[in-house]
Write a protein that binds this ligand. Structure first.
Ligand code: GLY
Length: 341
């Protein structure tokens, strides 16, 4: 293992290697010094593809990254067939659909709502918290009161399909998180999730605009049939999402409790600041989860997605099956992240 002195020298000189947990990571490029001002948007899971299209409408016109990510994640929020985000999300064990979301811009401004009911677009309420209040987080009734006072419509988020799935779940009322179908519950008889095989988890989205500025958003209905009041990583700034306009951004998906324990997104951004490529930073993040509790890590899924100021992106996850979507002038593609297990 290299000495600390050598590590500092190599970092300061921007030479060929960066110290990771136990090994030297061969860096394929120098420390971030050259920003390519090309818009790009990336987001978690296959359904990120449709969300990216919404974000691209903003980015292609030269709009701000923060506007792009808000517009982008609104698409799955409004999609009732997506039972893990927004309208149509699976409810908690009491039958209430409670939503979590956060947003961050290029100036370290951030806003978050937790356990918000009755509002189609929690991401837009989070943005309003960011822009219209001196606070960062509003929760529960306070968040709803704020949303209604600012013109958001009160709706019933529980669709007939999600209500039916909840009533089915009540027959056994067991928590049984399934790898790759995230923190949702699995119907062993049907061999799939309530809501179908495409029902995954959170959408986390990161965008860089034509000016080279970053924005990020993260939104979810959280763990299906969770305890009322449970909040995962998604609306926790630094856990489910972090954006640092000097470095880039990171977001997370999967079992939120594991992500919060290591303050995942912030960890990954700080690793990129040290020179880690995005994929290596994400890998270090999931390895950190394993180090904290190897037994538990085998049983859950967590995926990280990151992008740096050069528009380089990467992801890593615990279990096979985490996908992410990318849209830029060069490509529109769904990638499969590498996994530890
Ligand atoms: N990652 C979403 C949650 O744990 O609620």
């Amino acid at each position: 293992m290299p000495s600390r002195r050598k590590f500092l020298q190599s970092t300061l000189l921007g030479s060929a290697a960066v110290l990771t947990g136990d090994t030297l990571w061969a860096r394929p490029y120098k420390l971030i010094e050259q920003v390519i001002n090309e818009p790009i948007v990336i987001s978690t899971w296959d359904f990120g593809k449709a969300a990216n299209v919404g974000a691209w409408e903003v980015l292609k016109k030269g709009g701000r990254a923060v506007d792009a990510v808000e517009a982008g994640v609104q698409i799955p929020e409004a999609d009732e067939t997506n039972q893990s985000i927004g309208y149509g999300g699976l409810p908690d064990r009491d039958g209430k659909v409670t939503l979590d979301a956060c947003i961050m811009d290029e100036h370290y401004n951030c806003g978050s709502v937790m356990c918000l009911e009755h509002i189609m677009h929690p991401i837009s309420v989070a943005r309003m918290v960011m822009e219209k209040t001196p606070h960062i987080i509003l929760v529960g009734d306070g968040a709803l009161q704020f949303a209604l006072a600012n013109g958001f419509e009160k709706i019933n988020l529980l669709t007939a399909k999600s209500e039916k799935d909840w009533k089915e779940w009540l027959k056994t009322a067991k928590y049984e998180p399934v790898k790759n179908i995230e923190n949702q519950l699995y119907d062993k008889n049907k061999g799939q999730m309530p809501g179908g095989p495409n029902n995954h988890d959170t959408i986390g989205m990161l965008a860089m605009d034509a000016a080279g500025n970053f924005g990020g958003a993260c939104t979810t209905s959280g763990m299906a049939f969770k305890m009322h009041g449970r909040v995962g990583d998604s609306p926790v700034i630094g856990a489910g999402l972090y954006v640092d306009n000097e470095v880039g951004g990171a977001t997370a998906t999967g079992v939120g409790e594991e992500v919060i324990r290591i303050v995942g997104a912030h960890l990954i951004v700080e690793l990129m600041r040290q020179g880690y490529p995005p994929e290596a930073a994400c890998k270090e993040g999931v390895e950190r989860i394993i180090k904290r509790n190897p037994t538990r890590a085998k049983e859950v899924q967590v995926g990280f997605l990151a992008m740096n100021k050069k528009g380089q992106f990467g992801a890593y996850c615990l279990q096979k099956g985490f996908t992410y979507a990318v849209k830029s002038n060069k490509e529109e593609k769904i990638y499969t992240a590498q996994s530890i297990y």
